[in-house]
Design a protein around this ligand. Structure first.
Ligand code: GLV
Length: 331
């Protein structure tokens, strides 16, 4: 539960925080938020279930910070009758019951632009790694094969590639900016065509794939985007095509991706996210044209600092009746 503590006489406003399992994240958030607000932390009562704690303590809670990807479903929302705001701390908010929030008029925020640059950097790193075989070359050198077997297979140049970006929001725009500097051409698919964007828009992902060398996924996971990369799309992308996923595992039909990679129907993949994290299909681990990363694109102190500022700015805006800084959806 929180209220602004500065000044001391303002009545305490209710506020609660749900704790994610990632300890560094929790510590960072709790320590800092406590400096500004009074927290209700259901996870601090190990003897009691979250549900019974919330039923007793959280009737007047108006704002809730949902840390990381902690699921926030109707069972918990139902225990918070006064809730007006959910402050998400991730870019994707598919773990939050958005229809229920909408139904109750509860505003939702996400990480806004806090992670965009780091996620974009990660997408580029994965792409260069797949094309230029950086990780594969590293394994080659470490395993002592170089003196015995000579050069590794040719890589492929990034400059000149046609990149199809799926989801041209904050992250997608940062990815486009970086790829333009490498001399790539950009096209995109998004919920709708963006008037201010100079790149060709494809309403159909299959058509985008047919006109791209690389597909980069950085859109939200929704009912509409679930398995947006399927067999048809991969066939259209073709045998030299590369899939980069820094969005969510569920955007790609992973079984089909594995089948297409093993069968040489597409050229490679760089994946930071998976359908059943932290489990990764073992076939992917055996492929040299696949680069794997443990959902780590946002894991930098710089991203966390920017997120911290965004979370606080949203809370401060809410409690001073100002517009939220990163409402979701934000377009
Ligand atoms: O995966 C990370 C995020 O959605 O912020």
């Amino acid at each position: 539960m929180v209220g602004k503590q500065k000044g001391g006489h303002q009545e305490q406003e209710p506020f609660t925080i749900l704790i994610h399992r990632f300890p560094a994240f929790n510590l960072f958030f709790c320590t800092s938020l406590r400096e500004h607000y009074r927290l209700l932390d259901p996870h601090n009562s190990p003897e009691e279930s979250v549900h019974s704690y919330l039923s007793r303590e959280a009737q007047k809670v108006r704002a809730l910070v949902c840390v990381g990807h902690t699921p926030l479903k109707s069972d918990v929302l139902g225990l918070l009758p006064s809730l007006e705001l959910v402050v998400g701390s991730s870019a994707g908010v598919e773990h939050i019951d958005l229809p229920e929030c909408r139904r109750r008029g509860i505003a939702v925020t996400n990480a806004g632009t806090a992670f965009s640059e780091d996620v974009a950097d990660c997408a580029i790193a994965l792409l260069i790694d797949v094309l230029r075989r950086v990780s594969s070359g590293d394994r080659y050198v470490r395993s002592g094969l170089w003196p015995k077997c000579g050069h590794i297979a040719l890589g492929s140049k990034l400059g000149g590639k046609r990149i199809g970006i799926i989801g041209l929001g904050n992250i997608g725009s940062e990815i486009a900016k970086r790829l333009l500097a490498f001399g790539c051409s950009i096209a995109y698919n998004s919920r709708k065509k963006k008037v201010s964007v100079p790149f060709p828009f494809y309403a159909n992902v299959r058509d985008l794939a047919a006109n791209s060398d690389v597909l980069v996924l950085c859109c939200s996971l929704t009912n509409e985007t679930y398995h947006i990369i399927n067999t048809d799309v991969m066939k259209a992308l073709g045998k030299d095509g590369v899939v980069i996923n820094v969005g969510r595992g569920g955007l790609v039909d992973e079984k089909e991706l594995v089948r297409s990679l093993v069968g040489g129907e597409i050229g490679g993949a760089g994946l930071d996210v998976f359908e059943d994290e932290p489990d990764v299909p073992k076939e992917l681990c055996e492929l040299d044209n696949v680069v794997l990363s443990p959902h780590a694109s946002v894991l930098t102190p710089e991203s966390f600092e920017a997120l911290h500022d965004t979370v606080l700015a949203n809370l401060n805006a809410f409690f001073s009746n100002k517009p939220l800084v990163s409402p979701f959806p934000n377009e």
